[in-house]
Design a protein around this ligand. Structure first.
Ligand code: MLT
Length: 330
């Protein structure tokens, strides 16, 4: 079984500070004439980064230009989204974001961008199950034991996440609500570094996407309790679903999509959507995603219309939940 697959590829430059060129007066018909940057709103080595690098290589091949992956961490992904919203609308700065795009308006009342008005959608990419995982020597052996343990030791247990608005934080919130506890949360720039600390035993447990945890669960470096989807995950055959393990309230999966600034010409959007479609049918991408517990979205979901519909539906469903919970990132 593949672990964290090395994704180095000639066409993809893994940097954290390089920005690709691209002028505001670029000709859409000639696009792309230079490197394209995909901005990832969480730390390198985490699940969003992994999915981005997986699709970047075939997209770059299809577009005939290099794709640079740039990690811009902070405030649950809102720093990166705000940065891309302000970029020239020429298709050279693309945002990869996940479910956090739909929760940000409710979590951050002073948000300086509108997910629906300041971006054009390119298409959905994948929907990733989450796992509830712990350091390998954490006392509880099952999800049922975890619930009891967390309830009895709420003042000492630590819960890692990637900040307010991160998928890991939303999933953690569902656990806290289900168990009726308020735990000490330890925020990171992404669940990449959080997982490193979990493996090192510095934090007790967390929720994280299968794209980040599958390898470590299978190798025994961390303990896996359950997957947070209604169906089991083929790559993790020993893990029950949260519903099977007695915590049906914790059901969440993490959808991802690509965005460009709102005034980007439709011709450019179409080229990016076409390149995404090629990436999502690439057998290597399909196989690597399968090893990491996920699949590319169906062809009809990798489109701007399907993506916008998902974003609208998710904003509508998450906003009241967040408002009722009284959670805020500010
Ligand atoms: C990451 O890429 O680090 C994660 O997607 C963060 C999260 O949302 O939990």
């Amino acid at each position: 079984m593949t672990r964290r697959t090395p994704l180095a590829a000639l066409a993809v430059l893994a940097v954290t500070s390089l920005a690709a060129c691209g002028g505001g007066d670029a000709d859409p018909a000639a696009y792309p004439e230079d490197d394209i940057t995909i901005v990832v709103p969480f730390a390198a080595g985490g699940p969003t980064d992994t999915v981005t690098r997986l699709i970047a290589e075939p997209m770059a091949e299809e577009l005939g230009q290099q794709i640079v992956v740039q990690n811009v961490e902070g405030a649950g992904g809102t720093v990166a989204a705000g940065q891309v919203a302000d970029e020239d609308p020429d298709g050279y700065q693309v945002l990869m974001h996940h479910i956090g795009m739909s929760t940000a308006p409710a979590l951050y009342p002073d948000l300086e961008y509108s997910p629906l008005e300041d971006f054009k959608t390119i298409g959905l990419v994948t929907e990733v199950p989450m796992t509830i995982v712990a350091r390998k020597d954490f006392e509880p052996e099952t999800l049922e034991e975890l619930v009891t343990y967390v309830g009895e030791n709420a003042d000492t247990v630590t819960l890692a996440n990637a900040g307010v608005g991160a998928a890991s934080q939303l999933c953690g919130l569902l656990i806290e609500e289900a168990v009726g506890v308020d735990l000490t949360e330890v925020p990171y720039d992404g669940t990449g570094p959080a997982l490193t600390d979990l493996v090192g035993g510095q934090v007790d447990f967390m929720c994280d996407q299968t794209t980040n945890t599958t390898g470590q669960i299978l190798s025994g470096d961390i303990k896996g309790y359950a997957v947070t989807t209604p169906e089991p995950v083929e790559a993790l055959p020993d893990l029950p679903t949260t519903a099977e393990a007695g915590l049906p309230e914790v059901e969440v999966s993490v959808w991802h999509g690509l965005y460009v600034p709102a005034d980007t010409p439709d011709e450019v959007v179409e080229k990016l959507t076409d390149a995404l479609a090629v990436a999502l049918t690439d057998q290597n991408v399909i196989d690597q995603m399968a090893d990491l517990g996920t699949t590319p979205v169906a062809e009809d979901q990798a489109t701007p219309d399907a993506h916008t519909a998902k974003l609208e539906e998710q904003i509508d469903s998450w906003t009241p939940i967040i408002e009722e919970a009284g959670v805020t990132g500010e």
